[in-house]
Design a protein around this ligand. Structure first.
Ligand code: UD1
Ligand code: UDP
Length: 392
């Protein structure tokens, strides 16, 4: 056995929300590849815990099927609720799993309530926490995600940063490599996933054919249908009538010539009902949430993307599709610096006028730099195995 290695370590992975399935897929695949290559006693044993934060078929199982994720070993079935209810139930459930499994490490992803619950439950029973997507900051503490990120990073022993900026952000908070912490820039696991799955999406996804772009015949020059793609689910937008109405109206105006396709997140659907926003958006093509392969196909071929999603901003960047972010700030500052992404907030006039200036927004260099080389999953596994040695 290699010195510094961790023989047969048992790892508990915590997931619960849509983007976490996509992130975990990259690391789980790297673990499986590592296990195939090494003697059985050195294999990593991954126990998958699903908190149940997302549970609709189109927010959950479809990703397990498409990404070929293993069936969770534990399904906590927590479901929806207030932050305290949801996080509290997760804490209880995760603690029970940790007591039973006694793993050497817990891995959490991103910034959801499932992330925080996993990190807190593990840290309280002295199990080292590995945070994938560490160091991201919006510096807006009204976002629940910002609270989750901050606390998770401060509870973690291994901090896997997607970018150099993330490493810097941690440094400002006194979190740095050494003295019992491992802080490494490994690249973005979502970039691993997009590289791996976009070829599959080209082969398998039929969404471009299936969608009928009423009012917009396939553009003969591009040989693809012409549409804008939008996603919207951030609480600051959906749970605020003024912002939600303003964004939907702007999308409807943008959709006058070229339709806007909007796979509707269940939170947004719920809030549109609550606010009785039923009509007046005939240029928006509302569809159910879609699978990852369908999403990749739609993103890649969109004229531009309007979104408040973290993951979708980066995917737009990687696909070289202009992005308009329906927020006042972003954690993914590299996409802004490269002039591939612009913050448009929720002000209708600003959104429409920025989209009109579209041609400025194309990323000429096809830049995927800043987010690693598509091998973040492998780097993470390497560090997990040799965590006592500086391998980078
Ligand atoms: C959560 C994360 C957010 C992440 C997003 C990814 C937190 C605080 N927020 O937001 O960071 O960007 O996931 O999509 O963890 N619902 C359903 N079916 C489902 C899931 C949710 O109907 O399968 C509805 C419920 O009405 C629920 C609402 O959506 O109350 C919000 O769900 P929740 O998981 O609390 O937060 P998200 O908005 O999904
Ligand atoms: N996504 C998807 N189907 C959808 C909307 C999003 O597969 O209908 C994917 C998207 O491609 C990205 C991830 O989900 O990989 C982003 O998740 P989400 O926007 O829910 O959360 P965030 O990234 O903002 O935390």
């Amino acid at each position: 056995m290699v010195q510094g290695g961790v023989e047969g370590m048992k790892i508990v992975t915590i997931v619960g929300a849509r983007p976490q399935f996509i992130k975990a897929a990259a690391v789980t695949r790297a673990i499986q590849r590592y296990n195939k290559r090494c003697p059985s006693k050195q294999r990593l044993q991954e126990i998958l815990v699903h908190t149940g934060q997302h549970y609709d078929y189109l927010m959950d199982k479809v990703f397990f099927e498409e990404l070929k994720l293993p069936t969770p070993d534990y399904q906590l079935g927590v479901g929806s609720g207030s932050h305290a209810q949801q996080t509290g139930m997760m804490l209880e459930g995760i603690e029970r799993v940790l007591e039973k499994e006694n793993p050497g490490m817990v891995i959490v992803y991103g910034d959801t309530n499932s992330t925080l619950a996993g990190a807190l439950a593990a840290a309280k029973v002295n199990i080292p926490v590995a945070h994938v997507e560490a160091g991201l900051r919006s510096y807006n503490r009204t976002m629940p995600e910002e609270i989750n990120r901050l606390l998770t990073d401060h509870l973690s022993t291994l901090l896997f940063c997607p970018t150099a900026q993330a490493v810097q952000n941690l440094l400002k908070e006194g979190i740095k490599d050494g003295k019992g912490k491992i802080v490494k820039k490994v690249g973005d696991v979502m970039y691993d996933s997009i590289l791996y799955y976009s070829k599959l999406a080209e082969k398998k996804s039929t969404i471009l054919k299936d969608l009928c772009f009423a009012g917009a015949a396939p553009n003969s020059e591009l040989k693809t249908p012409s549409y804008y793609l939008a996603t919207l689910h951030r609480a600051e937008n959906t749970d605020n009538l003024k912002r939600l109405k303003s964004i939907l109206r702007a999308l409807n105006e943008i959709g006058e010539n070229i339709p806007v396709v909007l796979p509707l997140h269940p939170r947004t659907k719920k809030m549109m009902r609550v606010y009785r926003l039923f009509s007046g958006f005939k240029n928006i093509k509302f569809i159910e949430p879609i699978s990852y392969l369908d999403m990749l196909a739609l993103e890649k071929n969109a004229k531009a993307i309007l979104t408040d999603s973290g993951g979708v901003q980066k995917e737009a960047y990687w696909f070289n599709v202009p992005c308009f972010t329906l927020r006042e700030e972003t954690e993914w500052v590299e996409t802004i610096r490269k002039n591939c992404n612009v913050l448009v907030g929720a002000d209708g006039k600003r959104i429409v006028s920025e989209v009109k200036k579209l041609k400025l927004r194309r990323n000429k260099r096809g830049a995927t730099e800043n987010y690693g080389d598509g091998k973040a999953g492998e780097k993470i596994v390497k560090i997990l195995i040799f965590r006592n040695k500086d391998v980078f």
